[in-house]
Design a protein around this ligand. Structure first.
Ligand code: HQG
Length: 176
């Protein structure tokens, strides 16, 4: 598969493993898994093609279970799933990439999960710049994760290095 086809398949997988499984007639378990065989049939792809996308994905967006017979998205769902991600102590500072038009609302209400399950935070500025760039000229906010953690906020870490928390009150945010 060339790069373009790989990215296209990655986007189809994200769509169906995070947002719209019913569109291709697959079902997700409560923890987000789906059987590989029906997925291959529904997407009309081979196991080799699926393996290639999972292995080469730049953000490790997908993971197989121990048996290799099930797959799930590591993060980013809008359908209800319980990923049971581990609670972890965050680094002192995390980052959130966004765009200027959201800043007034964010500084009034803090960071909210919007359509996802949690607020997504990045471990470094470069990653946050990429996240913000999806929507326009990126603006990166620093999150005082050390103080949030000390104040009792819970942080979870995905298999691909994205940090999650339920809400970041504006008092923990600053510009970078
Ligand atoms: C903004 C991609 C108004 C928030 C990325 C963001 C990430 C508010 C947008 C992952 C707000 C939500 C998630 C508030 C937050 N008022 N706007 N109170 N609080 N916002 O896409 O973080 O490539 O749901 O700043 O790389 O942009 O899909 O979240 O702009 O890891 O794997 O509301 O998606 O990963 O947008 O991105 P999103 P996000 P993948």
């Amino acid at each position: 598969m060339n790069e373009k086809d790989t990215v296209r398949l990655s986007k189809r997988l994200s769509r169906h493993l995070r947002h719209a499984p019913e569109e291709i007639g697959i079902q997700l378990t409560t923890d987000g898994w789906t059987d590989v065989a029906p997925l291959l049939a529904a997407l009309r792809i081979t196991r080799d093609q699926l393996d290639h996308v999972v292995e080469t994905n730049n953000k490790r967006r997908f993971a197989f279970d121990e048996t290799g017979s099930r797959i799930r998205a590591n993060q980013g769902h809008t359908v209800p799933v319980e990923l049971d991600l581990p609670v972890e102590t965050p680094p002192a500072t995390l980052y959130h990439g966004t765009v200027a038009k959201f800043l007034d609302a964010i500084m009034a209400d803090g960071l909210r999960p919007m359509s996802r399950h949690d607020v997504h935070l990045s471990p470094d500025v470069a990653t946050a710049v990429k996240v913000g760039s999806r929507r326009g000229k990126p603006v990166v906010l620093a999150v005082d994760a050390g103080r949030m953690h000390a104040d009792g906020h819970v942080f979870r870490l995905s298999a691909n290095g994205v940090w999650f928390t339920e809400h970041v009150p504006a008092a923990y945010l600053s510009s970078t």
